[in-house]
Design a protein around this ligand. Structure first.
Ligand code: 4AD
Ligand code: MG
Length: 435
């Protein structure tokens, strides 16, 4: 008996030209002339056209072809042949076909227009479609770029807890009972823990899911999203912005370098990504308010900026824009008071071009114990929950800063998709907990 032919993934077929291999995957298209039949299958690495000639396969194999439907999982065996017209440049001359799992003809996703709610209800299948796969691959590349960027710069990865005892940001909190300890909150940010770790390692980052009970139903809010948060000892707010522009430029360059097929599938305008190079423009918050007012916005000094304001500020810009030093009242308690204008704090929001809005929020942290305590009290936060955080200002306080980049917003921007719910495999929004 001869050994069975080796398995190959579709992307690896060019290196097996002329050989007999087995390929496993799911049926995407079927076509037959009665004498010659074509099965296009997908294995996650590409598409393969498998050709069956009735006169040269067994009657059982030919019959099995007739049982195939969209999404049937199968194995095909045959010779890898170059074919300029086939997807990937190779086809498989089939001599064997086995069915792993049949797929009834009522498979929900059909080649026609489906409404967004239907697609989201069928997210477990929608993920199999080319556009969704392209977005997921861009996301995977962005995550790898994030890890590489910090690894290359000698940051230590510190994983921070998801179950926490106190709020980190102003947005809504998810809570759950925690044994005898009272209420636990799902982390809105890993930052406060990152600050503690920065005093231990100098440069750290955390990267994980964060949770916000956002009642807003916008195209840029999820209730569960991923955030990467570096924190650097002895970096001030200026250093912080420089790190951000270097970081964002690195991520975009990486996607351009390695994800061309996906960007093509997404019909992304590459020129909009190729211009993303540091340095990025910087606009002081007070100047931003004047610009906005001159363009008809009703914003007044002291307000946080809304989505429409953010869109105005990036108009005509070919790269992200920093808006820096917001009013204290618009931002979180931990931001450092600006010594030159104590009404404001040393912080920045980085706004993506093309109206994608804020992708990063960052700041220098208040390193003065008494000022920080006063802010915690002024915000009516429970001081006892922040004692450990205040301690960082008591025992060797230090200038430090950091930021949080929202992964889904970044992926949506780079992919050029309208709504961030497509940039995560299984989105969690106000009205969606399934699948
Ligand atoms: O501006 P935010 O709230 O900043 C922080 O959480 C800081 N603790 C970060 C830090 O300094 N370490 O959130 C940071 C980013 C936003 O710019 C946005 O990209 C994303 O997180 N983000 C969301 N993404 C999706 N859905 C939501 N509901 C989001 N809220 C924030
Ligand atoms: Mg923010």
């Amino acid at each position: 008996m001869t050994a069975p032919a080796p398995y190959s993934r579709i992307s690896e077929l060019p290196s097996h030209a002329g050989e007999t291999v087995r390929v496993r995957g799911w049926v995407t298209h079927l076509r037959s002339s009665g004498k010659v039949a074509f099965v296009v299958l997908r294995d996650g690495t590409g598409l393969l056209q498998a050709v069956l000639v009735k006169s040269s396969v067994s009657p059982e194999t030919w019959t099995r072809f007739g049982q195939l439907t969209q999404e049937t999982s199968i194995e095909v065996e045959g010779e890898v042949r170059p074919d300029a017209r086939a997807p990937g440049g190779f086809e498989l001359a089939v001599n064997g076909l086995s069915i792993y799992g049949e797929s009834p003809i009522d498979y929900p996703i059909q080649p026609k227009e489906h409404g967004i709610d239907f697609l989201l209800d069928n997210r477990h299948f929608w993920l199999r479609t080319p556009r969704q796969r392209a977005i997921a691959r861009v996301r995977s590349e962005v995550e790898q770029a994030i890890r590489d960027f910090f690894y290359e710069r000698d940051f230590t990865l510190v994983d921070t807890p998801i179950l926490t005892s106190a709020s980190g940001e102003r947005s809504g909190l998810f809570s759950t009972e925690y044994f005898e300890e009272g209420t636990a909150y799902l982390a809105q940010t890993g930052q406060l823990y990152g600050e503690a770790a920065a005093a231990a390692f100098g440069k750290i980052y955390c990267f994980g899911p964060t949770f916000r009970a956002e009642k807003s139903k916008t195209r840029r809010h999820l209730s569960e999203f991923w955030m990467v948060e570096p924190e650097v000892a002895f970096n001030d707010s200026e250093d912080n912005m420089r790190l951000q522009e270097e970081f964002v430029s690195y991520i975009v360059a990486r996607v351009l370098e390695r994800r061309q097929p996906e960007l093509k599938e997404l019909e992304r305008d590459l020129s909009k990504l190729e211009s993303i190079k540091a340095p990025f423009p910087r606009v002081n918050y007070s100047d931003a308010v004047e610009i906005l007012q001159s363009k008809g916005s009703s914003v007044t000094w002291g307000d946080d900026l809304g989505a429409e304001d953010e869109a105005i500020l990036v108009q005509d810009q070919d790269r992200p824009v920093f808006i820096y030093n917001y009013p204290k009242q618009a931002k979180a308690f931990y931001m450092k008071e600006n010594p030159d204008d104590p009404r404001t704090v040393l912080c920045d929001d980085l706004l993506a071009p093309e109206g994608y809005g804020e992708i990063i929020g960052g700041s220098e942290r208040e390193d003065d114990h008494d000022k920080l305590l006063a802010r915690i009290e002024a915000e009516n936060l429970p001081v006892e929950a922040y004692n450990w955080y205040l301690d960082l200002r008591k025992y060797g306080t230090f200038v430090h800063s950091g930021f949080g980049l929202g992964l889904e917003r970044t992926v949506a921007w780079i992919s050029g998709i309208h709504h961030i719910r497509e940039s995560i495999a299984f989105p969690r929004t106000m009205h969606r907990l399934k699948p």
